[in-house]
Design a protein around this ligand. Structure first.
Ligand code: ADP
Ligand code: MG
Length: 316
């Protein structure tokens, strides 16, 4: 194998175990296990970059910040995103360094605070859907609406929450830096999909309150880096049709056309498997040599050797 460029998108289970307390210490323990798998992949000779999710983490940062607002000013959501990239990246740097050292692999690990440009006119901004932060009463919600201009929605009888848009990442601002880092490091980039920013008329960037899908950001990065493989690691070994039904069929190697057909038939749940399949299709479509893989962290090495996982390519 020559040098093969690989972008890994890490799902929620790579950072946090369900049923354990959401402490920083517990996260580090999970990240240590995750990094054993990533180190194995790196030792196979792949030039790897890592994109991770940050939904629960950025939510908690926002909540602490809001809860402490009478003591110290609360942080804007884009700043919370930057903070989440920082501490998740720190954990990966520490854990992956250790895992690589055990394998005598010398490559440095670096985290890059990364911004993703979104379009101010993205349709997503017209109807924000992603709930973030704490629950509020109706009165508090009304106050936030008028005072801060937040969009507030009632969340299934549990109270009111702020909702933000989930726009498409158009451009990764730090791409030139990632290119420089690529050859000589394992780079953790576009964490949480990147900090969402819009471009102003004078060319400067401004953070916005939005949530970017990390699978789509990983796809953007993989395409822009001319990567060979986009690997989306989650809880399941394969994407399936008729998921969770008696007639469930796990998907092995499928073409873009097949994936699109299943997607149109509604087999992939919005907010979970759908963005992964969408990202995989986009990447596979961009070049006939591209390979997109959806599998679990534990099966990652096997999937890279075509032994398992759902593999999506343009043709077969
Ligand atoms: P992550 O945190 O890794 O981004 P999500 O929890 O958002 O992952 O999405 C992965 C989950 O999607 C799987 O664990 C599975 O429960 C669910 N899922 C929904 N539809 C499907 C499908 N068609 N095939 C496989 N898994 C699916
Ligand atoms: Mg999840």
């Amino acid at each position: 194998m020559g040098f093969c460029k690989l972008v890994i998108a890490l799902g929620g289970n790579a950072l946090q175990e369900s049923g354990t307390p959401a402490t920083a210490e517990a996260q580090l323990e999970v990240v240590k296990k995750t990094c054993e798998y990533i180190a194995d992949i790196s030792c196979k000779g792949y030039e790897t970059a890592i994109v991770h999710g940050n939904g629960p983490q950025v939510g908690r940062i926002l909540m602490s910040s809001e809860a402490a607002k009478d003591v110290t000013p609360s942080m804007p959501f884009d700043v919370c995103g930057a903070m989440s990239q920082g501490y998740i990246g720190y954990h990966i740097q520490q854990a992956l360094r250790k895992a690589l050292d055990k394998r005598n692999k010398k490559v440095p690990v670096v985290t890059l605070i990364t911004q993703s440009v979104v379009d101010r006119n993205d349709d997503a901004f017209k109807s924000p859907t992603k709930p973030i932060g704490p629950f509020y009463t109706k009165e508090e919600a009304d106050k936030l609406k008028t005072e801060k201009g937040y969009t507030m929605k009632e969340d299934s009888g549990r109270g009111w929450r702020r909702v933000v848009a989930s726009p498409v990442p158009k451009r990764i601002v730090e791409l030139p830096a990632i290119k420089v880092l690529w050859d000589s490091t394992i780079c953790v980039a576009a964490g949480g999909g990147g900090i969402p920013v819009v471009e102003k008329e004078d060319g400067s960037l401004e953070g916005v309150a939005a949530v970017i899908d990390k699978d789509l950001a990983a796809e953007r990065l993989a395409e822009d880096m001319n990567a060979d493989i986009l690997m989306i690691l989650t809880e399941v070994e394969k994407a399936a049709i008729n998921f969770n039904k008696p007639n469930q069929i796990n998907l092995d190697h499928i073409t873009v056309a097949e994936a699109e057909k299943y997607m149109e038939e509604g087999h992939f749940a919005a907010g979970s498997m759908l963005p992964k399949v969408k990202a995989a299709i986009m990447f596979a479509k961009a070049d006939p040599s591209h390979k997109a893989i959806i599998t679990s962290l534990y099966k990652a090495v096997d999937a890279l050797e075509d032994k398992t996982g759902t593999i999506i390519t343009l043709d077969k």
